[in-house]
Design a protein around this ligand. Sequence first.
Ligand code: TLP
Length: 346
Amino acid sequence: MNNEYVDLRSDTVTKPTPEMREAMAEAEVGDDVYGDDPTVNRLEEKAAEMLGKEAALFVPSGTMGNLLALLAHCSRGEEVICGDKSHIYVNEAGGMAALGGIYPHPVPNQKDGTLQLEDIRASIQPDDSHRAITRLVCIENTQNMCGGAALSVEYTKQVGHLAQENNLKFHMDGARIFNAAAALDVDIKELVAPADSIMFCLSKGLVAPVGSMLVGDGAFTEKARRLRKMLGGGMRQAGVLAAAGLVSLEKMTVRLKQDHARAMSLYEALKQVSGLRLEAQPSSNMVYFRLDDSVALTEDQIIAQMKKRGVLVDWSAPREFRLVTHYWVDDAGVGKAARAFKETLG
Ligand code: TLP
């Protein structure tokens, strides 16, 4: 542990490792807006190569990466089909509409995180001057609000075919796409092959302090580069951040199954705690549960009591909690969290 608390609020809380800090201190840098930062250039090349795509762009956050993809694919007044529980629809401050004039067309996320193909098909607007033009379909993998569900290669291919048949672009919010590949035990290249663009985060389970990657073909990433500048995301000597991202890609992508195994142990332990209602087994690094009606404590009281016991947790919806395992949560941390819940609710 790198501090006194077991912090299960998110994998975004991960602080850089000593190896990352060393790489950051020693990073060769230049002005990235001139294309002169060798460390950023190496990170972009490496990300594109790992995902089997032509090019990649280093961006400050997942939210900006998704927004750039939406802006690059869609014009004002055009529509994106997305899940009603997707991060781009629920948790990005309406950026696509506010900044891009892009109209979200939400369809229900199923429990397993997917959008039904027939729902996508039925949402594509006909060629009719009354209607907005459907331009893009977006899926999220892993699907955060559906328990961190990993969407399969087969499903992703089906969405890709549907998009192609209907002349739509296909964006993947792959904030945790390396978790999805680890959970499914598949090659990440296969998982992202059908998508025109993928955003993934370095700053979540991959432990880097800041940054995400937007990946696609060369024309797409060049368009996104211009849009990134427009939004004020040209970061100059960003090599100090990219250096940590390179450690993420080299060292962190290969260890995610450990986080998933710990999420499973936490799930098993919490099943024994009365007052907690756990649903499906975790498929990646997230454990979701609901509070039984018999629990008199409020969410905030539970959070406060857990904190006193050295464990940070957060609620995700009324009477619902999400716990996220990551690099800085070890087996002892899982045990401590389970004990703290038992004492709090006992
Ligand atoms: N997710 C955060 C919160 O915003 C909910 C978290 O703690 O899980 N796509 C997905 C699927 C995400 O889960 C997130 C962040 C983002 C995009 C945005 O990434 P950032 O926070 O880097 O803008």
